[in-house]
Design a protein around this ligand. Structure first.
Ligand code: ADP
Ligand code: MG
Length: 188
């Protein structure tokens, strides 16, 4: 979570730039606020299981981020954490399976599917690839984010632009790739 917070800090300007093209220019600052709050709460109380950490982090994102991405990423972390339960250690396969459930909850909450030009376009391929390796998950998420450029947005604020959303990389898919990248870095 700390590596994710650092990555968000580093890339906040870029995320906000992407959101200014097809949204309301707040994605970077939304995530910065959210992940700063996550870091702060984890410094105060550190749950002793991976599932506990993710659940607490998810709850914190939901309560501190106003934009669509707060409840979506919050649900992702909370649902994944709940799925991991109180296991003291988690294998990559177990994480891949739990993350798959978490991503499913994001799809359900936001009503989006693959190809709608959202964070799911990075998260879905990342979960599939995580079955092979952390490195593969990171590559798949990055490729998924890049592949949102030619898509027309069908969910979220960018969908209001219709065809004008084409030709821009989705901010949420970009942040999802960044977060998966941070996970892969730490795991390596
Ligand atoms: P807001 O759109 O409320 O300003 P953010 O700018 O923080 O919130 O986040 C925008 C990102 O959220 C989009 O780029 C997209 O990836 C993601 N998003 C928006 N709506 C949905 C949805 N229904 N399902 C999945 N992801 C979504
Ligand atoms: Mg926005």
């Amino acid at each position: 979570m700390y590596a994710m917070a650092a990555a968000v800090d580093r890339e906040a300007g870029r995320l906000t730039d992407l959101d200014s093209a097809i949204g309301d220019a707040d994605h970077g600052s939304n995530l910065q606020r959210g992940f700063a709050a996550v870091s702060a709460v984890l410094e105060k109380e550190t749950p002793d299981t991976p599932g506990g950490v993710l659940t607490l982090a998810g709850r914190q994102l939901i309560s501190t981020v106003g934009g669509a991405s707060g409840p979506l990423y919050g649900t992702l972390l909370r649902r994944t954490g709940k799925e991991l339960g109180d296991a003291g250690a988690v294998s990559r396969q177990e994480l891949a399976s739990a993350l798959g459930t978490g991503v499913g909850a994001v799809a359900q909450l936001g009503g989006a599917q693959a190809g709608d030009k959202t964070m799911l376009d990075a998260l879905l391929p990342a979960v599939d690839a995580l079955g092979s390796s952390f490195h593969a998950a990171r590559e798949a998420a990055g490729a998924g984010a890049l592949a949102t450029v030619p898509l027309q947005a069908r969910k979220g604020r960018a969908s209001y632009l219709g065809e004008r959303s084409i030709g821009h990389q989705d901010p949420g898919a970009t942040s999802a790739a960044l977060l998966i990248g941070a996970l892969a870095e730490v795991a390596a």
